[in-house]
Design a protein around this ligand. Structure first.
Ligand SMILES: NC(=O)c1ccc[n+]([C@@H]2O[C@H](COP(=O)([O-])OP(=O)(O)OC[C@H]3O[C@@H](n4cnc5c(N)ncnc54)[C@H](OP(=O)(O)O)[C@@H]3O)[C@@H](O)[C@H]2O)c1
Length: 315
């Protein structure tokens, strides 16, 4: 590499989209267990604007300025001395450590254990749309809910970044899927494999659903509260938005879990196999250049993206 700086989008203070600044920053130096990745594409997730707003200050350790974005697909340009399994030129994808600088940048240093070879059947824009949401779905449905073939799962926000992959993952496990979204997304939910669709703007899901083995809650609040009553005895409510009440779970004779996604190169390798086998695909809502990160945040914060918003960084 001949230059020591790169283009990146950083925040120097917490606030609205206007605190996102496109600027020159030093190219990161990889640790011995890191890969240095030339970023081809980075996806935007709700956690990005939650961090930008300062909502997660008590929960995550960040120093400002901070590069946002924890979904990346790109090419390895350097590997630390302790790295095994990857070499310069490999095409990889990752959900990097959220307490380090993210991927709204031309380069990112990522722990090699958090990365995997990207799905061969996807380009970088589509591959970047996968890691954070697919790991969230995996760790919620497989690790926490232990979803089995023949079980029924209610998946809220099936058209969202997490939900659209969760529906496909649950179907790949052989489960029956009930999906919620607004009417405009019925076609998408059915195409992804949902067996039953509920337009949450017209029907209260608890009026038409009962005795499910698992609920996957990506909405929280009132949606989570109303979800308890549709579980069968011993069923499980898994949320990725707010921790469900242990007392309510015990009183109703069901189980609950809160999942905060952890990076895992191993799980990403398994997810890449599912994608290359044609059993899962990311849905893209919009692709924008890095210079339009502010607009990408406005769309994400609107709460009605259909799949993922991706920043194309380097062609
Ligand atoms: N704990 C963790 O590790 C973790 C990991 C990933 C995500 N999350 C959190 O999970 C949440 C979802 O993430 P995401 O990436 O999937 O968000 P997203 O892509 O922005 O979700 C947008 C989707 O939500 C749907 N939606 C909105 N209100 C709904 C409702 N009341 N019922 C059903 N669907 C509704 C919209 O469908 P319509 O347009 O049809 O309304 C839209 O398709 C976020 O809060 C995120 O921060 C947590």
């Amino acid at each position: 590499m001949t230059t020591s700086t790169m283009k990146a989008v950083r925040i120097h203070a917490y606030g609205g989209p206007e605190v996102l600044h496109y600027e020159d920053v030093p190219i990161p130096s990889p640790n011995p267990d890191d890969l240095l990745i030339r970023v081809r594409a980075a996806a935007v997730n709700p956690v990005d604007w939650k961090i930008r707003e300062g909502y997660l200050q008590g929960f995550l350790k960040h120093e400002l300025p901070l590069i946002l974005g924890w979904d990346v697909s790109g090419e390895v340009v350097a590997a630390g001395s302790e790295v095994t399994g990857f070499k310069v030129g490999d095409e990889v994808y990752a959900r990097p450590d959220i307490e380090r600088d993210g991927a709204y940048a031309e380069y990112i240093a990522v722990k090699a254990g958090d990365a995997a070879h990207k799905p061969a059947t996807l380009d970088h824009v589509h591959a970047a749309a996968v890691p954070l949401t697919a790991l969230t779905a995996w760790q919620s449905l497989i690790d926490a809910a232990r979803l089995q073939a023949g079980q029924t799962v209610l998946i809220h926000a099936a058209a969202g970044g997490v939900g659209s992959l969760a529906v496909q993952l649950a179907k790949a496990r052989g489960a029956r899927v009930i999906a919620t979204a607004s009417a405009v997304n019925i076609g998408l939910a059915m195409e992804l494999g949902a067996d039953q669709f509920i337009d949450y703007t017209k029907t209260r899901f608890e009026d038409v659903v009962e005795d499910v083995d698992a609920v996957f809650d990506t909405i929280g609040g009132d949606t989570q509260e109303r979800s308890w009553q549709v579980l069968k005895p011993g069923g499980i409510l898994v949320s990725v938005v707010n921790p469900p009440s242990k007392e309510t779970a015990a009183a109703r004779g069901v189980r609950s879990a809160f999942v905060f996604i952890q990076p895992s190169g191993e799980q990403l390798a398994a997810i890449a196999r599912l994608i290359d086998d044609g059993r899962m695909k990311p849905i893209i809502h919009a692709v924008l250049p890095l210079t339009e990160a502010r607009q990408a945040h406005v769309i994400s914060q609107g709460g009605h993206a259909r799949g993922k918003i991706v920043l194309r960084i380097v062609d």
